[in-house]
Design a binder for this molecule. Sequence first.
Ligand SMILES: [Zn+2]
Ligand SMILES: [Zn+2]
Length: 415
Amino acid sequence: MTSRIFAPPGTQDGLPEEIRMKRYVESVFMDQCRCFGYGEVHTPVFEYGELFERGVGPVTDIVEKELYTFTDKQGESLALRPEGTTGIARAVIQHEMYKVLPQKLCYKITCYRQEDPEKGRLREFHQIGAECYGSPNPQADAEVITLAYTALRAMGIGNLSLNINSLGCDGCRLGYINTLTRYLLPYANSGELCPTCVSRMSRNPLRVMDCKNPSCKAIAKNAPKLIDFLCSDCRSHFETVKRHLKAVGIGFNVKEHLIRGLDYYDRTVFEFKAGEGGATGTVCGGGRYDGLVKRMGGPHVPVVGFAIGEERAIISMRESGIEEIPAEPPLVYVAAMDPAAAGRGAARLRGLGLYAERDLMGLDLNSQRTAAKSSGASWLVTVSENEICLKNLKTGAELLLPADGWDETARIIND
Ligand SMILES: [Zn+2]
Ligand SMILES: [Zn+2]
C-alpha cells in the first residue's frame, strides 16, 4: 500500500498556509461581489454529461479531451464540472430566474479537467467567477470587466494587463468564417495545420486561431482578422465597451486574435494577464455568451461573465510580493497547573467567541507561559483554584479576578 500514499497526479492538498491564501482570494472576491451586487450561487459538482457539450461547446479541448465522465449505478451518464458557467446557466433555466432580470450571480467552485500534469496543469482546481444575466448592453460587459479588475487589484496582484477583442455576432461571423476557411484550406491540405485543427476546420475553424501548436500559431498570426468583419451593431457595441472602460480608468489592449477556449462567445471576449508583459499567464478570462441560455433549452437571455483561476491568482500574488497571509495569533492563552482547569477556562472564553489557545502537550506551568509568549497571544490567563490572573502580554499589566470571573475576563480582553 505504501506506493499509493500519494495524491493522484494533477491534484494538490491544501495545507493551512495555502488555504489561508485561498480563503483570502475568495474573501476579497466575495467582498467585491457584494459591492457590485452579485449574489453567490452553488450548483452540483457533477451534471448530466451532455450539458457541457451544449454549454461549453462540442469542438473544444474541454469537451473533446478533458471532461471527466462516468456512469452511475442507475446508468446515467454524468460529468464532473470543468467550469462554472454551464451549471449556473442550467440553474437559471431550471429555476426560471430569467423572469426577473438582470440577475447578477457569483460563485466559488472546484473544477475538474483531465489536463496534462506533466505540463504542470492541475486536474482539480478552483475558480471564482461572476455572471451577469439579462443585459445585452455594453455597460454590462464593462461592469463585469471592472469587477474582475477591481477584485484582482484588491488581491494585491500588480502588473495586470487586459486584452479585449470582439468575436461579433452569428451574422458577421458567417462572412468571416468563409474567408478564414478559404485562408486555412491550403495549410490543411499541405499538412501544416495540426490534425486536431484539420478535424475542427469544418465544425469550428475559429478554434484554429486558439491552437497552441507552433505551426498553427504561425498560420493563425497572418490569418484575416474577425474584427475587420464586424457588422455595425457589433462594432458600436465594442466601441462602447472600450469607452466605458476608459471612463472607469481601466487600460486595455485590443488583441485581434484573442478567441478564448470555448465555442460560444458573442461579441466581447477578454483576459487579464499578470506579470511583466503578461509572463505569468492568464489569471482571468471571460466574455459575452448571448446564445448560451437558448442553446441549453431556455429562452434568449444575454449573459456576460468571467472566471478567475484561484491557483493562478495565488501565483500572481506571490510574484507581486504577497508571499503569505500570516496565521492569526491567539487572542488569549489559558495556562494552569491542572489541565482540566485550563480546558474549562479555554472553553468558557471560546464560548464567548474569543480565540483561546491552551496546552495539549503536557507542559508544566512555566513552559505554558513560554508557549503563550511564542504563540503571539495578546493575553495570558493563568487559572488557579481561587482566582484568574489576567496578564496583558504587550504591556505586562496584571489583574486578579475571582475564579468565576470569566465574563469580566472576556470583557477586559475585548476592550
Ligand atoms: Zn455582428
Ligand atoms: Zn492546431
